[in-house]
Design a protein around this ligand. Structure first.
Ligand SMILES: Cc1cn([C@H]2C[C@H](O)[C@@H](COP(=O)(O)OP(=O)(O)O[C@H]3O[C@H](C)C(=O)[C@H](O)[C@H]3O)O2)c(=O)[nH]c1=O
Length: 187
């Protein structure tokens, strides 16, 4: 496993070691000891999530106040542009974002610590995301910042579909009514 801190160093890209042979391939998709050593911290994952989405769905930018969640994100089908936004108000990178292409092809994963908002955009026709979180979902603490927040300025990908041209993002009602960073609760 290779661990690469991103330009916001607490966000880490994880590349598993693939073992190919005549049958196919094998890789460790999760190894707590290696992850804790790489991140130099203890971790306890208590919940696993899976979501399936169509092309150019954007889910996010989500986070929990009160009981913030660290997230270990992987894609098991298709490709997504995965984004983390630093919401730690005393951080030198507050309001900045990191993006990474995660796919069933590259098997890359992203570690997003507590204190960050998370979102993703589906690049492929469909995508299936699986992610482990370090605290339980608490709807009363669930918060959403607009994907197109003018201060964060995430550079989402331009997704083209055959015969349909450039696609408009598909958002949940909740995400369409997300707050702007200036009005959002931060850490
Ligand atoms: C997050 C969550 C949701 N739900 C229920 C609540 C709704 O009835 C349904 C869909 O929830 P939501 O529209 O919030 O799902 P996403 O838009 O995929 O939200 C997630 O998307 C971004 C990218 C994240 O990182 C978070 O994990 C999470 O906010 O699942 C649960 O039962 N448990 C959960 O942990």
């Amino acid at each position: 496993m290779n661990f690469t801190p991103q330009h916001i160093p607490d966000v880490v890209l994880i590349e598993p070691c693939l073992f190919n042979d005549e049958r196919g391939y094998f890789f460790e998709s999760f190894n707590l000891e290696k992850l804790q050593r790489a991140l130099n911290r203890d971790l306890s994952f208590v919940q696993g999530n899976e979501s399936f989405s169509r092309q150019n769905v954007i889910r996010g930018l989500h986070y929990q106040v009160g009981r913030p969640q660290g997230k270990l994100v992987r894609v098991v089908a298709g490709e997504v542009f995965d984004v983390a936004v630093d919401l730690r108000k005393h951080s030198p990178t507050f309001g900045q974002w990191v993006g990474a292409l995660l796919s069933a092809e590259n098997n890359h994963q992203l570690w997003i610590p507590e204190g960050f908002a998370h979102g993703f955009q589906v690049i492929s026709a469909t995508a299936k995301l699986q992610y482990l979180v370090t605290d339980y979902w608490c709807p009363q603490y669930d918060r959403c910042i607009r994907f197109d927040d003018p201060d964060i300025q995430v550079q989402w990908r331009k997704v083209m579909a055959p015969a349909a041209g450039m696609l408009e993002p598909i958002l949940s009602d909740k995400d369409q009514s997300g707050k702007v960073l200036a009005d959002a609760e931060v850490f």
